[in-house]
Design a protein around this ligand. Structure first.
Ligand code: SF4
Length: 525
């Protein structure tokens, strides 16, 4: 059945006015009550309905507008799915926004909410919520230009799942495989453990407690790996014997995870003993429950596990135009194509991009057109108290580089030029230039002309003022962090992208509230 068009009353009733007068904080409830009909106007509701018509779940039984509002409020208040349903019958602020005053029965069930969220993710509809707030911000703020000045930055988002060392990861995978197998075969865990002769590994909740070894001793650690890998072989053989059981595919997947961890972390030494690899595999798995979390770095000394959240802020309107999520070990520059594809629907042309150096290898910089100006601090050039690269003059027309002693040699971008030792050894300013007996060398960046442009810009007062504009996106990231927190709510990048998109919607609604005409203006906090 086609979901009903949601047509809540616009005028406030007396009861609603009384509720509103009692809301001292969390004023987004008030703003949404005043503006829900505008945010989910007839056209947008029809669009959402059509989107869900194509889904395999069929028509959503409840108005998508009501469900989407509930998901926004869920992120705003940081509550669980169960608490959303509870709030619908117990919290007057929720009832005010969702138009279900004094209801004894929630307007939808937890299952409907979960299915709706899943459908939004599967059909990629969540970015439309951000786009809708962009449309409203343009109307309310009177922004007509299609030129976009934007700043992009990222912050860490710690993963929701447990991070474990290799022994515990393998132990966790084994226990999970045995539990799933017990369910599939309708046996107890103890029976499966006995049949596969791995009771010594899976009977305790912790693998280290089960094995009770001296973990400081390399021989005992190697023995532990031997025991774990042999248990893994036993379960695999057991599963192979039960090919007729269709329920075993989750077990097979879990065993594959265990093998993935083995291949990344364990090697067999010359004596045939398993030992842990030295160093860390490139995309090392760090959690059983979340396959996409990774180790990452905030700085050289600070590490974190999980994801990076990326935010693109419109510097003129102050709203978030698009967001992205990457695993913590993925370079920042790899997110820009996904963000760009979200921007395409907004029909804007980027004319200024403010970034930090981590985004310099991005496609926006590499494939930039003449119309796009990039604002970024250049890589610093340091050489103690001797001449730096900026003391050398590049002649782009003839591809020549001239040193402070007027020696000129050819250069190529992306290569290192070496001034002849014979010239350097007799140079009167040699001491101020280099200590190398082989003469001075200078490395030329693959996009050296661009680096020069950045350096020249940051040498001017107006250029430095432009660079400071990037700090606005740092404030936006902090603002989003208030609602999303530092730790991910969900497992996996896509669900966390959904979560980041809805907190971007909350941020945008706050910005719209500040730019709205007085009739609509309700300061939100
Ligand atoms: S040391 Fe070599 S590169 Fe440096 S100024 Fe002298 S001649 Fe030029």
């Amino acid at each position: 059945m086609r979901p009903p068009y949601w047509n809540p009353q616009i005028e406030l009733s007396q009861a609603e006015q009384s509720i509103i007068s009692k809301i001292k904080k969390a004023k987004l409830f008030i703003f949404l009550r005043h503006n829900r009909h505008h945010l989910f106007d007839e056209e947008f509701q029809a669009e959402l309905t059509i989107m869900f018509k194509d889904s395999t779940v069929g028509y959503c039984p409840v108005s998508p507008a009501q469900l989407a509002l509930a998901l926004i409020l869920q992120a705003y208040t940081g509550v669980s799915d169960d608490e959303v349903i509870e709030a619908l019958v117990m919290d007057r602020r929720w009832q005010l926004v969702l138009d279900c005053h004094d209801c004894q029965k929630p307007p939808f069930s937890k299952g409907t909410l979960v299915n709706f969220r899943q459908a939004m993710i599967e059909f990629g509809v969540d970015h439309r919520l951000i786009e809708r707030t962009v449309e409203i911000a343009k109307e309310r703020g009177g922004f007509g230009s299609s030129n976009l000045r934007a700043a992009l930055d990222s912050s860490p988002l710690w993963g929701a799942a447990r991070v474990e060392d290799t022994y515990n990861l393998l132990g966790h995978a084994l226990r999970k495989a045995v539990r799933l197998m017990a369910q599939a075969c309708e046996q107890t865990i103890a029976e499966i453990a006995q049949e596969t002769q791995i009771d010594n590994v899976v009977t305790e909740t912790s693998l280290k407690a089960a094995l009770d070894l001296n973990w400081d001793d390399p021989t005992e650690r190697s023995y532990a790996l031997e025991v774990i890998l042999s248990a893994l072989n036993n379960i695999e053989s057991h599963v192979e014997k039960k090919t007729a059981n269709q329920q075993l595919s989750p077990v097979v997947e879990t065993l594959q995870v265990a093998r993935q961890i083995q291949s990344q972390d364990v090697t067999i030494d010359s004596q045939g003993q398993p030992i842990l690899n030295k160093g860390v595999a490139k995309h090392r798995r760090i959690s059983i429950e979340d396959s996409q979390m990774r180790h990452g770095r905030k700085s050289r000394s600070q590490r974190f596990n999980g994801y990076k959240r990326h935010v693109l802020r419109d510097l003129d309107m102050g709203i978030v135009r698009a967001v992205g999520i990457t695993a913590a070990n993925v370079p920042e520059s790899e997110v820009t194509e996904a963000i760009d594809s979200d921007l395409k629907a907004q029909n804007v042309k980027m004319v200024e991009l403010h970034i930090d150096r981590a985004y310099l290898p991005s496609h926006w910089v590499k494939q930039r057109s003449q119309d796009l100006t990039i604002f970024c601090k250049a890589w610093p050039v340091r050489n103690g108290d001797r001449f730096t690269k900026t003391d050398f003059v590049l002649d782009w027309e003839h591809s020549l580089i001239r040193c402070p002693n007027n020696v000129t040699i050819p250069f190529e971008q992306g290569k290192t030029v070496h001034f002849p030792a014979s010239e350097c050894h007799v140079c009167p300013i040699y001491e101020r230039c280099t200590t190398s007996a082989r003469g001075r060398s200078i490395s030329i960046h693959p996009d050296e002309a661009f680096m020069q442009e950045l350096r020249q810009r940051q040498d001017t007062e107006s250029g430095r003022a432009k660079l400071r504009e990037r700090s606005q996106v740092e404030h936006t990231l902090a603002h989003l962090g208030q609602w999303q927190g530092d730790r991910a709510r969900y497992l996996g990048a896509r669900k966390n992208l959904f979560d980041l998109r809805r907190v971007a919607v909350i941020h945008n609604l706050h910005v719209i509230a500040r730019m709205s005409p007085p009739a609509f203006s309700q300061q939100v906090s």
